[in-house]
Write a protein that binds this ligand. Structure first.
Ligand SMILES: NC(=O)c1ccc[n+]([C@@H]2O[C@H](COP(=O)([O-])OP(=O)(O)OC[C@H]3O[C@@H](n4cnc5c(N)ncnc54)[C@H](OP(=O)(O)O)[C@@H]3O)[C@@H](O)[C@H]2O)c1
Length: 255
């Protein structure tokens, strides 16, 4: 029988102050885990999401400001979570930077190239390293990274972002091989949506019409495509594999 609860589980959601991460935090809250820790760089935004979640879902939640491009801050996030709730069962990484329509490779700044790589790819490895250490010790755990349709499909003028997302997918494949070889009962997933209505996507793609955004809300995406990976990871892996490109709307739909 399919499980539809996260009772007793402790989850961290990175990138939870906005967009897809916020939608995932809400969808997790509906299932009343033991503890939910929300992370992003901006404490004030996180505090607002925590208040909203506590009021609406009566779910226990904490906000810990974290820049995932800084390893010591990820150490702090994991340590504070264990201090508050005793363990970490689920780590979701939805912190990311989207390359914009007006940032083709020939004019994007070198600083932006580095920031997109650090946030979208290097930090997925920093967080994965710390998740693996815990999962190995407890012989359980789920690490789920929000990748992108762009990890598989190719779009022009989007090279930096494409590279980070294809990289994420391969990191996740590698992590699953490690779990298998070392007989660790844990799961790693890369879930790659098309367009989802978020502040980051709206800023990156200002010409997408309102009617398209309306069709692709973060909480719906989270309920449909993320929660099943957390509640029934074995079935999810069998059905979709560890790298799952999910159909939302995409840029071609808007043309
Ligand atoms: N929306 C889409 O259409 C779409 C489609 C496919 C894939 N994705 C992927 O989904 C993920 C989330 O994107 P989104 O659309 O939800 O973007 P968003 O609206 O810009 O939200 C991004 C989130 O990441 C956090 N963040 C950014 N840099 C961070 C850092 N260094 N450390 C910790 N948190 C950080 C932001 O909070 P702070 O600024 O407070 O840190 C925010 O909470 C990204 O990886 C993106 O590539 C999005």
């Amino acid at each position: 029988m399919m499980n539809n609860t996260l009772e007793g589980k402790v989850a961290i959601v990175i990138g939870a102050s906005k967009g897809i991460g916020k939608g995932i935090a809400e969808a997790i809250s509906e299932l009343h885990p033991k503890g939910l820790v929300l992370a992003s760089r901006t404490q004030q935004d996180l505090d607002q999401v925590v208040s909203y979640i506590k009021k609406k879902y009566h779910t226990e939640a904490l906000a810990i400001a974290t820049d995932v491009t800084v390893p010591s801050q990820i150490d702090n996030l994991f340590a504070q979570t264990e201090k508050a709730y005793g363990k970490i069962d689920i780590v979701i990484h939805s912190g990311g930077l989207i390359q914009k329509d007006n940032e083709p490779l020939d004019t994007i700044t070198d600083e932006r190239i580095l920031a997109i790589n650090l946030t979208n790819l290097v930090s997925v490895e920093y967080v994965g390293k710390r998740a693996l250490q815990r999962f190995r010790r407890q012989n359980s755990g789920i690490y789920l990274v929000i990748s992108s349709e762009a990890g598989q499909k190719v779009y022009d003028n989007y090279e930096v972002y494409l590279g980070t997302k294809a990289g994420d997918n391969h990191v996740i494949r590698g992590l699953n091989e490690t779990f298998k070889k070392d007989e660790i009962s844990a799961y790693a997933f890369a879930v790659g949506p098309g367009l989802v209505d978020t502040p980051g996507a709206r800023e990156a793609f200002p010409t997408v019409p309102e009617s398209t955004w309306k069709k692709s809300q973060p909480i719906d995406m989270a309920r449909e495509h993320i929660i099943p990976a957390l509640t029934n990871p074995e079935e999810y892996k069998e059905s979709f594999s560890s790298v799952n490109i999910v159909k939302t709307v995409n840029v071609e739909d808007t043309e």
